[in-house]
Design a protein around this ligand. Structure first.
Ligand code: SF4
Length: 292
């Protein structure tokens, strides 16, 4: 059995010593555990990728509201906007925001999504990965490599803390998803291992303290709109990293800081719906209305 990799530092040096990319090391380590072959791992990643693309497609063509009635038609609004107006960020960014909303709205409709890493953050990795791949003619194999890279980033962060709003606030869900998306995007753009890991660190360190305060305890407000926000956040991280703008705090220390921040965060702001946005006057009125 090979030495298992549990930190970004170990991942970086393993890639460096073996002249390998992150997805290659991730696959090798998984194969080494003995349960799956490389073929099976890539096949599973392809199935996940297909599920992500299907969720985007379904979400783009639906205006069905969630059972609570609080959300479900924002992707349609954005599509209407972009049918006549351009975003100042460019057409790939338009797609990213649309795809992120499409996927997260599918989640609240109880449609099929790929949790990545969680259902509440399910729109971030797919939107960035699929939109960039479409606009840059990235082959499916390279998309799979990017998804496995994102998975490895999520796995390493999860060694330190549970990826759940109830444990670490939304930094542990949408924040980690953004770090994973930044890695996937930087991989597809031909970034180095250092740039990929650094992109994740940059994304993560700029979401520290993000609270989880869902209105009525439902994964809708602020969750749905948070997905396009943190998808674009991932793009910013990749942009900076591709310019070799490095996190002065090493990636593993950023993860440590996230874990500590999660512990320091009040339980009222960790999925209990007893603080923050969930206890605003309007949120309480919405909750009363839904419970009627
Ligand atoms: S606010 Fe809470 S429930 Fe919503 S996506 Fe973030 S962690 Fe998940």
């Amino acid at each position: 059995m090979k030495h298992s990799i549990s930190t970004f530092r170990q991942l970086y040096y393993t890639c460096k010593e073996q002249s390998k990319q992150i997805f290659e090391v991730a696959i090798e380590n998984e194969v080494d555990k003995g349960d799956y072959s490389e073929y099976n791992i890539r096949l599973q990643a392809k199935k996940t990728l297909d599920a992500m693309k299907e969720a985007i497609k379904e979400g783009l063509s639906s205006t069905e509201l969630s059972p609570s009635g609080m959300s479900g038609d924002d992707c349609d609004r954005l599509q209407k906007r972009y049918s006549n107006n351009r975003s100042i960020l460019g057409t790939t960014a338009e797609k990213i925001m649309k795809y992120a909303l499409a996927t997260s709205e599918q989640n609240l409709r109880m449609g099929t999504i790929a949790a990545c890493p969680t259902a509440g953050s399910c729109g971030i990795v797919p939107s960035v990965l699929v939109a960039y791949a479409q606009d840059n003619k990235i082959k499916e194999d390279a998309e799979i490599n990017a998804l496995i890279t994102a998975g490895e980033v999520g796995r390493i962060i999860s060694n330190k803390m549970a990826l759940a709003g109830a444990v670490g606030g939304c930094q542990a869900e949408c924040g980690v998803a953004s770090a994973m998306a930044a890695a996937a995007l930087t991989q597809m753009r031909g970034g180095t291992v250092k740039q990929i890991i650094n992109a994740s660190a940059l994304a993560l360190k700029n979401v520290l303290g993000l609270t989880c305060d869902p209105v009525c305890g439902l994964v809708e407000i602020p969750c749905v709109k948070r997905n396009p926000f943190l998808a674009i956040h991932a793009v910013t991280a990749s942009e900076l990293s591709m310019a070799d703008i490095m996190s002065k705090i090493p990636p593993d220390e950023v993860v440590d800081a996230m874990e500590q921040t999660g512990q320091l965060m009040s339980p009222l702001l960790k999925e209990s719906s007893k603080g923050g946005l969930a206890t605003t006057k309007t949120a309480l009125a919405l909750a009363k209305n839904i419970l009627k």
